[in-house]
Design a protein around this ligand. Structure first.
Ligand code: NDP
Length: 502
């Protein structure tokens, strides 16, 4: 911490008389062990790096607030949502996914969109993306999927064969692939993109009545994207474009803002819905579940120190407050474990005590004790076990989540590929995209897929054809593939298609 009298100290707070000349035995002699300051400085420097996030390594963050604009108390008892006009401090972190910490901000990738709300009932994290869907819908597939987006283990190069092999063997990815290869895969900075929870969550009210929700952050700056050429040029000219854009706009008093909405389905609607409402590869169409306004997020303060705030910020979809709970979405269930676990690895078992992660109002009143970097009073002299009769913190049954009915058997159920998987990317291609969007989508795919093996090009192009004939034909033509062969592959089952392109 900088001292008001501006005196340089060691890490132990003692004054440093000289920070340019190492203590040596004689003018040209060797350094002395007793130069404690030298060793302190070198040893700390040697330990400056913490593990890079496996995903979302490159990011930018900012402080701000969330304000409730509409009454949603009939849906949730969350206190931070209890009153119109109520403000809650937030810290948001935006990121690319696959690239390393030094990678370019404009690479084609989904963008992370994570927000920590410091509520009076503890922290709530919304850990979303700028796309409403995801590539896979079972967490067992997640590490494999990410490996294919990273580097080839032998060459250490990004590998189009790995990338398209996995995606074409995992057709549930087709919706997200279509979003990713549209120009929304190269957003114009972090301010100009939407955020989506993607996953469904439960909201429950004071009476323990519950609904299922998806959360949407709509940028007030307007959704703006780069073309492939613009993004590629910036990757060379200004690889930190999005980081700089966010920082400078806040510094200049131009605070970016998002309107926050929820889509709601009742348990009865979910029961009868035409597809699994907890499938992360699908959206809830707006006509079935319209956007209901909730509030507004404004980011108006840059971190004073990048590492302290942005790098150490640790978000988890499992960090929820009373009134919000997870849904049975399988991908979400996997993330509930994985996020906390990765932070324990990256930052340590007491990562929740780091100021950016520490709850503000309620503090922590638990029976967790000890561990590396325990920086609070560690429960002081209070009891370290429960139950106790020494006035230790007690559970409060009034916070119990609503019971959710469940029947069935334990098994490993597959989410079989069905025609439903192609309906939503088809709607996106046919009804949402403009002619320019479609032309850019095809061109972006061709520019990437042409680098994969021919059999992978064919297998993947057949999936585009299954979404929409025009989509598949245009990709096929762009790649110089025979359209009739693609049409035949598209008509096959996935199993036969894989055999035919083995
Ligand atoms: P709507 O016409 O009501 O909504 C279309 C949505 O698509 C808008 O939210 C729009 O975002 C978004 N969008 C526009 N261009 C793209 C793009 N290139 N990539 C991704 N999203 C884009 O239609 P439906 O709700 O019936 O959904 C139709 C299709 O739109 C879906 O199958 C899905 O692919 C896509 N979509 C749907 C969303 C949803 O939650 N229902 C959310 C996002 C996409 P914006 O408002 O910023 O322009």
């Amino acid at each position: 911490m900088s001292d008001s009298n501006n005196k340089l100290t060691t890490s132990q707070g003692t004054p440093v008389p000289n920070d340019l000349n190492t203590m040596t035995a004689g003018k040209n002699g060797p350094a002395l062990m007793q130069d404690i300051h030298l060793f302190d400085k070198l040893a700390h420097f040697d330990r400056e790096r913490i593990p890079e996030r496996v995903v979302h390594a490159k990011g930018a963050g900012a402080w701000g607030y969330f304000e409730v604009t509409h009454d949603v108390t009939k849906y949730t008892r969350a206190k931070f949502l209890s009153e119109v006009g109520k403000r809650t401090e937030v810290f948001a972190r935006f990121s690319t996914v696959g690239g390393e910490k030094g990678s370019a901000d404009t690479e084609r990738d989904p963008r992370g969109f994570a927000v920590k709300f410091y509520t009076e009932e503890g922290n709530y994290d919304l850990v979303g993306n700028n796309t409403p869907v995801f590539f896979v819908r079972d967490p067992l597939k997640f590490p494999d999927f990410i490996h294919t987006q990273k580097r080839n283990p032998a060459t250490n190069l990004k590998d189009p064969d790995m990338f398209w092999d996995f995606l074409s063997l995992t057709p549930e990815s087709i919706h997200q692939v279509t979003v990713l290869f549209s120009d929304r895969g190269t957003p114009n900075g972090y301010r100009n993109m939407n955020g989506y929870s993607g996953h469904t969550f439960m909201w429950y009210n004071e009476k323990n009545e519950y609904v299922w929700v998806k959360i949407h952050f709509k940028t007030e700056q307007g959704s703006k994207t780069f073309t492939r050429d613009e993004a590629g040029k910036l990757a060379g000219d200004d690889p930190d474009f999005a980081t700089r854009d966010l920082y400078n706009s806040i510094k200049d008093g131009n605070s970016p803002a998002w309107k926050v909405y929820v889509q709601i389905m009742t348990p009865e609607q979910v029961e009868k819905y035409r597809f699994n409402s907890f499938d992360i590869t699908k959206v809830w169409p707006h006509k079935d579940a319209p956007l209901i306004p909730v509030g507004r997020m404004v980011l108006n303060r840059n971190p004073k120190n990048y590492f302290a705030d942005t790098e150490q910020a640790a978000f988890s979809p499992g960090t929820v407050v009373p009134g919000i709970a997870p849904s049975p979405d399988k991908m979400l269930q996997g993330r509930l474990f994985s996020y906390h676990d990765t932070h324990r690895h990256r930052l340590g078992g007491n990562y929740h005590l780091i100021p950016v992660n520490a709850p503000r109002v309620s503090g922590e009143h638990s029976y967790h004790r000890d561990g590396a970097m325990r920086t609070d009073d560690n429960g002081a002299g209070g009891p370290n076990y429960w139950p106790n009769s020494f006035s230790g913190p007690a559970p409060d049954a009034s916070y119990a989540e609503p019971p959710v009915p469940l029947t069935g058997v334990i098994d490993r159920f597959s989410f079989d590929l069905t025609d439903d998987d192609f309906v939503q990317p088809a709607a996106l291609y046919r009804e949402v995209m403009t002619d320019t969007d479609r032309a850019n989508l095809v061109s972006n795919i061709v520019a990437h897929l042409k680098n994969a093996q021919l059999r992978l090009q064919k297998r993947q192009t057949a999936l585009f054809y299954k979404v929409d004939k025009d989509y598949g034909e245009r990709v096929a033509k762009g790649l110089g593939l025979p359209v009739d062969e693609i049409a035949k592959l598209a008509a096959m089952t996935q199993e036969d298609r894989v055999k035919a392109t083995a």
